[in-house]
Design a protein around this ligand. Structure first.
Ligand code: MTE
Length: 324
């Protein structure tokens, strides 16, 4: 399905200008869903409600601490309620609270991922297949949205490199493309032409193989809440949050650089690399500072979101201003 939005609708203003999704109409349409999930919530409460933190889910077994994680004393971790009620997941609406109010209908079991393209082990793999033999780790990471807000999130996941190795990419594979779910039954946002659905993201293969890049399946030691991209999402902590494709259903190895959704939508504003870079402003706002959710004063944004020592080698010789 190809639905185009006018090129002049910028990412950060989709919400503010409400050109396509009037929040009241959207929530009204979704109110049945929200009420069903949130227990006794009247329509009027739902219409004006702030985000609804996710109910606590199943505890994940055998989660190990990772040396690649921030230590809890290094950065204050955002709370469960903050992380699960302030989200970007446009398939459930463009307001920050919409995903938390309506994502509860998303069906995450059974779940499978189609592995395609330049790899030896193409096929349809269940989530259980993907998790077989995988050691789950806690990775507390900084999470920096291109809209200049940030959080610190204790993900549970496993290195993306492990999944890639299992797929056995061919010598031709240079990139990995991630495609996420479109479900008209449960995702009211995909009826709005905000982006061309499904949501697609991509990484260079060497970026995807970096030990900091993970597939997340959990949060705070529990199964990942739906609004955060259950059951399987990408987390690349040195890049802007939009690279973190949620609810992934297809992984494709390609020779050519994939087109990601936001680049397709507004190429002058969102690039393929999307590395956090305080020296390269967005055309309409600064990227030098950010608002940490829960804090009053802005803080300085760190190069590669604070992961420069680990990842800058990936970009040696690359002009980061041109390759934003
Ligand atoms: N994935 C899908 N499928 N749809 C989306 O709208 N939003 C992206 C990313 N992944 C998005 C998505 C953006 S813009 C951000 S900032 C992060 O998810 C937000 O993740 P969080 O809600 O867990 O903080």
């Amino acid at each position: 399905m190809l639905i185009k939005k006018p090129a002049d609708i910028p990412y950060s203003e989709v919400t503010d200008r409400k050109l396509y999704v009037n929040r009241r109409d959207f929530i009204r349409a979704a109110a049945g869903v929200a009420a069903a999930g949130a227990g006794v919530v009247s329509i009027s409460e739902t219409l004006f409600a702030a985000g609804q933190p996710a109910p606590h889910g199943r505890k994940l077994d055998g989660v190990k601490k990772s040396p690649l994680s921030l230590a809890p004393e290094q950065e204050k971790t955002n709370t469960w309620d903050q992380i699960t009620s302030y989200n970007n997941y446009y398939e459930f609406g463009t307001d920050k609270d919409s995903p938390s109010l309506v994502a509860n209908k998303l069906k995450t079991e059974p779940w499978s991922v189609q592995v395609e393209g330049e790899c030896a082990k193409r096929g349809n793999y269940s989530l259980d297949d993907i998790l077989k033999g995988v050691a789950l780790e806690e990775r507390i990471y900084r999470h920096r949205c291109v809209e200049a807000w940030s959080m610190v999130i204790p993900w549970v996941g496993f290195p993306l490199s492990e999944l890639i190795k299992k797929a056995e990419p061919t010598a031709k594979a240079k990139f990995v493309e991630f495609t996420t779910l479109v479900d008209y039954g449960t995702m009211p946002g995909v009826r709005q032409p905000v982006l061309r659905w499904p949501y697609v993201e991509g990484l260079r293969l060497d970026e995807a193989m970096h030990p900091l890049a993970i597939m997340a399946v959990g949060l705070y030691g529990e199964v990942l809440p739906k609004q955060n991209g259950a059951p399987l999402r990408l987390v690349v902590p040195w890049k802007y949050g939009f690279k973190g494709a949620k609810s992934i259903v297809r992984i494709r190895f390609t020779e050519r650089q994939p087109m990601n959704s936001w680049q397709e939508s507004a190429p002058q504003e969102y690039g393929f690399y999307s590395n956090v870079n305080p020296n390269v402003d967005h055309p309409r706002w600064t990227q030098a500072s950010e608002r940490r959710i829960g804090e009053f004063f802005k803080r300085k944004t760190l190069m590669f979101n604070g992961y420069a020592d680990q990842v800058q080698g990936l970009y040696a010789g690359l002009d980061l201003k041109r390759n934003y």
